[in-house]
Design a protein around this ligand. Structure first.
Ligand SMILES: Nc1ncnc2c1ncn2[C@@H]1O[C@H](COP(=O)(O)OP(=O)(O)O)[C@@H](O)[C@H]1O
Ligand SMILES: [Mg+2]
Length: 157
């Protein structure tokens, strides 16, 4: 587990750019934390850092958005409004499971049993000071190596 404290969105974007440079496709990243913690902002920064030039909207209502980036396919999900885990079937994401892609999943707890297992779990929160905190846990060896390469994180393990 590692932790970063970001004083501004620019710092969050720099972190995402560093992760993008480490080649995160394919992979599965869960993004946890309350509304407004910065999950979508981080996902957006990652998608742009992977070379996607268009607008990246929050998938609040569509639940899923697909981004063909020069580095590969990125799927950005926000399952906050998912009523039942089984609804995942109707989002048309199953086909992507068979191809290399980066999955960025906000509110994975809404459908955890039906989702691909995470390589990386992010948890975002906000301090009383207004700074955003990012805690990161890597679940698979290649991602433990990537996490190791991300600098300036305070090692909590
Ligand atoms: N360091 C930071 N990292 C992420 N978001 C930040 C940061 N500082 C300020 N923000 C702002 O906090 C808000 C986070 O909203 P959003 O990314 O939609 O959160 P979530 O997806 O977790 O609900 C945005 O308005 C963003 O500009
Ligand atoms: Mg969001």
């Amino acid at each position: 587990m590692k932790r970063w404290i970001f004083g501004s969105l620019v710092e969050t974007e720099a972190w995402a750019a560093h992760l993008a440079a480490l080649g995160p496709i394919p992979g599965v990243i869960y993004l946890r934390g309350d509304l407004g913690a910065g999950k979508t902002s981080l996902a957006r920064a990652l998608i742009h850092s992977l070379g996607y030039v268009g607008r990246v909207r929050s998938p609040t209502y569509t639940l899923v958005e697909a981004y063909p980036t020069p580095a590969g396919m990125v799927l950005h999900l926000d399952l906050y409004r998912l009523q039942a885990a089984e609804e995942l079937e109707f989002l048309g994401v199953r086909d992507y499971l068979e191809r290399p892609a980066l999955w960025l999943i906000e509110w994975p707890q809404r459908a955890e049993a039906l989702l691909p297992k995470p390589d990386l779990e992010l948890h975002m929160s906000i301090l009383a000071s207004g700074e955003h905190v990012l805690q990161v846990l890597a679940r698979t060896p290649p991602w433990q190596e990537r996490l190791h390469q991300l600098d300036r994180g305070r090692d909590l393990s």
